[in-house]
Design a protein around this ligand. Sequence first.
Ligand code: ADP
Length: 162
Amino acid sequence: MKKRIAVYPGSFDPVTFGHLDIIDRASKIFDQVVVSVFVHSGKKHMFSVEERVAMLKASLKGKKNVSVDCFEGLLVDYVRMKKTDVVIRGLRAISDLEYEFQIAAINRTLYSHIETVFFMPRQRYTYLSSSVVRDVAHFKGDVSKLVPPCVVKAIAKRNKAA
Ligand code: ADP
């Protein structure tokens, strides 16, 4: 039987418990989940692509059907390269819907076979975003309830060096 592969693209700057919740749900439904850090040259970021990939890998260690990758370019080209049509995205609240709807529609215009599958995280993560983590980190707040230990460490290291 054909393997069901799904791509989970995002900035992951940094990875949060919300992202990990979505990955966990997706990995129970798909045979393989490819988590991919997408490079937006115009977007301001806290961690480099290499650091984001390393933190994702450390957080997902032991998850046999999840791999981590990065890509610069169009999502539709990437999914074809990965030999799949399925994209995973997370929906926190209705406020995410407009943006996600737009992206899904554009992707479908570019590649008619693409399917975007949305997962809802557990309630306690619906308020959580990478930008909230970056804000809390900026003011040296406690991020340990928001991100996995490797990210807590990376933020502490960065704050110490600043
Ligand atoms: P982008 O910058 O492309 O929005 P993110 O890394 O912030 O990338 O998010 C990637 C995907 O994960 C998006 O679909 C986003 O809605 C979803 N996501 C982010 N945080 C959460 C969360 N706490 N719960 C569920 N989904 C989330």
